[in-house]
Design a binder for this molecule. Structure first.
Ligand code: ADP
Ligand code: 5GP
Length: 207
């Protein structure tokens, strides 16, 4: 995809349970100009999840067919299920100048770095592995065995943090959200992102 895409691609990654869905949800509520990148997955829907809203829920066979057709901007196997980002919808949003936020794992973020030349990559840290475990238990959506697997994977995922543009520690949720908001605001003020603003101000001879 061209690095001239006018919209902002904000990619959020973190170990499972660190709070990325919570932060992304807040971002979408506070800034309705963002679209959420709805991924495809082969995992079963959780109670309350709707097909097409949180995810597009697919069979493994259908996912693999789409993957072979080059349908995904990135894909990965996470905790035994397949996940992928549909390329076409991302391109459509970015090329009309829309902002899009992604909630994806570190493997997917690494792939998106090369697919989307202009993305902004944010890694969310849990305050500690102990607190991460508490949050996974508190969320109540994962079985005990899944939680130990997620913690094992989390240790490896933390090692990927240096490849990201921004780091946010999700200790206090309000403070962490404020950091995310500031990242977004700073990125929208980048000079390279506002060529029309420059033209307009210079042409109107304000300076
Ligand atoms: P992820 O999307 O990274 O897997 P979630 O957003 O589902 O994580 O958060 C995991 C659990 O931790 C949820 O129950 C959520 O309400 C809780 N949580 C998120 N952020 C915080 C925070 N700053 N302090 C305490 N609990 C949090
Ligand atoms: P969950 O099943 O808990 O919703 O998500 C499990 C993990 O898969 C999370 O780390 C989430 O960010 C990641 N994930 C969700 N969608 C995608 C995607 O399209 N691609 C990749 N690589 N990871 C995804």
């Amino acid at each position: 995809m061209s690095d001239l895409a006018p919209g902002l691609a904000l990619v959020i990654s973190a170990p499972s349970g660190a709070g990325k869905s919570t932060l992304v949800h807040r971002l979408l509520q506070a800034f309705p100009e963002f679209s959420f990148s709805v991924s495809c997955t082969t995992r079963e829907p959780r109670p309350g999840e709707q097909d097409g809203r949180e995810y597009h829920f697919l069979s493994r066979q259908r996912f693999q067919e789409l993957r072979e057709q080059g349908y995904f901007a990135e894909w990965a196997e996470v905790h035994g299920n397949l996940y992928g980002t549909p390329l076409e919808s991302v391109e459509a949003i970015l090329s009309r100048g829309g902002h899009i936020v992604f909630d994806i794992d570190v493997q997917g973020a690494r792939q998106l770095r090369s697919t989307l030349n202009s993305g902004v990559f944010v890694f969310i840290f849990p305050p500690s592995l102990e607190e991460l475990e508490n949050r996974l238990h508190g969320r109540g959506s994962d079985a005990g065995g899944d939680i130990s697997h997620r913690l094992e994977v989390a240790r490896k995922e933390l090692g990927e943090a240096p490849g990201f543009d921004y780091w946010i520690v999700n200790d206090d949720l309000d403070r962490a959200f404020d950091d995310l908001r500031c990242v977004y605001k700073a990125e929208t003020c980048r000079s390279g992102r506002n060529p029309e603003l420059y033209e307009r101000l210079v042409q109107s001879a304000i300076y």
